[in-house]
Write a protein that binds this ligand. Structure first.
Ligand code: 5GP
Length: 178
């Protein structure tokens, strides 16, 4: 069992890089099939999805573009605390078929926010592709169209996901050893 230490925590390998690669092969094949003949924009959610987005996108053989947005927190004017907004929109995606690329869907709050923003931009349709999904943590009803791996409700790092900024470069997904 491979283990690694990041800062003050120990993590154990949960999904080896080769298995992730095969899963992304399968997902890309489905997308190439489902979007054949269509003009697609992939929308990666930074920071975590950068690696998954790159690995997936190089396997896509459609007429496709890719763009990235980032969720930023700022202090709202109300006492409710921090508010999140998406930054980095720099192209017109109205009328496009959009595939949102997420590293992980946990509660689904992030996803809900993104979907809300996309609807305002009047895209043709929206589908979601996520490398990891925690079904037990999910509180929304938005369907996830392409799921790499369903995982338990534990903290994971690697393949783009971080622990306090570190661990994104790990080629496998690791889970926290409690
Ligand atoms: P959600 O909005 O679905 O609750 O989660 C959104 C964000 O929380 C993800 O995009 C990710 O940045 C972070 N997140 C959720 N679960 C994990 C996890 O197990 N590990 C890491 N590194 N980030 C997570």
């Amino acid at each position: 069992m491979k283990e690694t230490v990041i800062l003050d925590r120990k993590f154990r390998e949960m999904i080896p890089g080769e298995i992730i690669g095969k899963k992304i092969d399968e997902m890309a094949e489905k997308l190439n099939h489902d979007y054949a003949g269509k003009d697609v924009v992939f929308l990666g959610i930074l920071n975590g999805a950068f690696l998954f987005a790159a690995e997936l996108f190089k396997r896509i053989n459609l007429k496709a573009r890719i763009s990235f947005v980032k969720l930023a927190s700022y202090e709202g004017t109300k006492s409710s605390g921090s508010v999140k907004e998406l930054i980095g929109w720099n192209e017109d995606i109205s009328g496009m078929h959009v595939v949102v690329l997420e590293d992980i869907v946990d509660t689904g709050h992030t996803l809900e926010l993104i979907i809300g923003e996309l609807k305002v931009r009047k895209v043709a349709d929206i589908r979601i592709a996520t490398l990891l999904f925690k079904p037990k943590a999910y509180t929304k009803t938005i369907p996830l169209d392409y799921i790499g791996f369903e995982i338990p409700n534990d903290f994971v790092v690697g393949f783009g996901l971080d622990y306090d900024g570190y661990g994104r470069n790990l080629p496998s997904v690791y889970t926290l050893v409690k």
